[in-house]
Design a protein around this ligand. Structure first.
Ligand code: CA
Length: 264
């Protein structure tokens, strides 16, 4: 249940108009010569910086397979014909829900396929400075947009689990993006996936900065927007204070307190 939304609306003003957030595509833009990953705020189309995505294998009806997230951009983001691709930064990891970490490298690997060209997650983390396994996703169209959906397949034994893929996105001569994480769920409960996503956000995307909800290392209005969207969804990530399972002013107050602490 949820209380006190009017109080929250007072805190953040018009931002409370944002609706639900959906992890769909990785939206690309360029800032200061670097690729930046984001997500569309559904009500406004605004691109909010975003680095942690999640998806379910089997979401399109085929087991151990998904074509999401795709990679999208607004027209004019890139020069026509700019090649855009991804590199795999680490071996795949699997979530330990009891111990709450992503330390283990499973037998499973993920194959990413674009037009018959594939890249496989490595069996061990690449050495620092070594070339990363990479895959060109496509080239920007004449309008400067790219929108592609690679195919992700969880390879045998394809056991139930929550898997963590760490990527970076590159485009032409721009500096590659900061790390991007996709949490893939293979037949595990939603609440376990939410715990795994929350762990990635607070331990990998923005360690020591719990109010940095979109994980870009900066505290600003985007984080308020994110908190509101998650609060409206009654997402456990917004359930910051007792009584847990209830969304009320104590969660809002806890968020404001975390926000005021700032980032290290
Ligand atoms: Ca932020």
């Amino acid at each position: 249940m949820r209380y006190g939304l009017s109080m929250l609306a007072m805190v953040v003003g018009a931002g409370a108009a944002y609706g639900q957030l959906h992890d769909v595509d990785v939206v690309l833009k360029v800032e200061d010569g670097r690729v930046v990953t984001g997500n569309f705020l559904p009500d406004t189309g605004e691109i909010i910086p975003w680095r942690v995505f999640s998806e379910n294998f089997g979401s399109s009806g085929f087991p151990s397979f998904t074509a999401d997230p795709g990679f999208d951009s607004l027209p004019g983001t890139f020069a026509a014909n700019t090649p855009v691709g991804l590199s795999v930064r680490r071996a795949l990891r699997v979530w330990d829900d009891g111990a709450e970490h992503f330390d283990a490298i499973p037998a499973e690997r993920i194959e990413i396929n674009r037009g018959g060209i594939v890249v496989l997650t490595p069996t061990a983390d690449p050495d620092p400075g070594a070339a990363l396994p990479t895959l060109q996703l496509g080239i920007a169209g004449s309008n400067g947009r790219i929108h592609v959906h690679p195919w992700y397949t969880l390879m045998s034994p394809a056991g139930a689990g929550v898997y963590l893929l760490e990527l970076e996105v590159w485009a032409g001569a721009f500096e590659p993006s900061e790390p991007v994480w996709i949490v893939f769920n293979q037949n595990r409960p939603v609440d376990e996936v939410q715990r795994a996503v929350a762990w990635v956000e607070s331990n990998l995307a923005s360690p020591g900065c719990p109010a940095d909800f979109n994980g870009d290392g900066v505290l600003n209005f985007f984080d308020f927007s994110m908190f509101i969207a998650l609060y409206n969804d009654e997402d456990p990530r917004a359930d910051l204070a007792p009584p847990f399972g209830v969304f009320n002013f104590f969660d809002v107050s806890a968020f404001i307190s975390l926000y005021n602490q700032g980032c290290p």
